[in-house]
Design a protein around this ligand. Structure first.
Ligand SMILES: Nc1ncnc2c1ncn2[C@@H]1O[C@H](COP(=O)(O)OP(=O)(O)OP(=O)(O)O)[C@@H](O)[C@H]1O
Ligand SMILES: [Mg+2]
Length: 251
């Protein structure tokens, strides 16, 4: 479904992504792992049109999507969440999800917070699907509560559901359980494994190795922006190069 061919991205003297290639199969959870600074977020930003690709190509379902802007990619069925939560705190849970339907946004979610009224008037018909998604993850009772009254754990789930609201084909999750306690982590893992995977193909960037090993179909490992290994969870767990990369980089 997604084909990344020899892509590179340089920041000054740093090769954040260096001639990287991999493929993602439709209907799978495909994790991207690697030590801090390996280039994972940069890769997500390249696939989602936030950063321009210096070299190489990216194909989605056979169509070249290299350097297409983020808002156009939403129409192509690519959606993502952020390593740092981007939720509109002054809006309710339901309103935040309705922002996910706003395929017309031109400057990203946060800008949309300021013109929410017009969006919500237009998007009444999406309310039903938003409530359905909330129901699936047991958050329907929070629909009319403002985000600033809710825990970080609930907001992380909300961000995932909002990305799903656009009915994407491919969703990219950048550290969806960072900062969550073990119980919340398990809930988000279940959410990805059941609700999310049922609907879409998932690219997961995550440091929580237990979760990655539990829910991934395939894992690609990168280090210093380069491809290091690819395989099923057990293969990756026992891969000598992967073990070396982690032991060599972790404090
Ligand atoms: N906008 C930017 N400008 C300059 N350098 C950047 C930029 N974004 C990333 N980098 C550099 O690119 C490299 C890869 O960073 P990136 O954030 O992609 O790593 P990561 O694998 O997501 O790390 P982490 O696990 O800590 O989130 C780092 O050396 C980082 O400093
Ligand atoms: Mg990152």
């Amino acid at each position: 479904m997604l084909q990344v061919n020899n892509i590179s991205k340089q920041f000054g003297g740093i090769k954040a992504i260096d001639n990287l290639s991999f493929r993602v199969k439709k209907g799978t959870i495909h994790s991207i792992i690697g030590p801090n600074g390996a280039g994972k977020t940069t890769l997500v930003n390249m696939i989602t049109g936030v950063y321009k690709v210096d070299d190489g190509t990216i194909f989605l379902d056979g169509a070249d999507i290299t350097n297409i802007s983020t808002n156009k990619l939403v129409y192509r069925g690519i959606c993502r969440t952020f390593q740092n939560l981007e939720i509109c705190k002054n809006m309710t849970v339901l309103e935040n999800i309705l922002l996910g339907f706003d395929k017309y946004m031109d400057k990203g979610i946060l800008k949309s917070c300021f013109r929410a009224k017009s969006i919500l008037d237009d998007e009444q018909r999406y309310k039903e699907r938003a409530l359905h998604l909330l129901d699936l993850i047991g958050l329907k009772e929070y629909a009319n509560i403002k985000a600033n009254n809710l825990s970080y754990g609930i907001l992380k789930k909300l961000e995932i559901i909002r990305a799903l609201a656009t009915s994407p084909e491919l969703i990219l999750l950048d550290e969806p359980v960072a900062g969550l306690n073990p119980k919340e982590t398990q809930e988000v893992a279940n959410l990805i494994k059941t609700v999310v995977k049922d609907e879409v193909t998932v690219i997961l960037v995550e440091h929580d190795m237990k979760m990655v090993m539990d829910i991934s179909d395939y894992i690609t490992v990168i280090n210093f922006g380069k491809f290091l290994a690819k395989g099923k969870p057990l293969q990756i767990q026992n891969h000598p190069e992967v073990i070396k990369a982690y032991l060599g980089n972790q404090s």
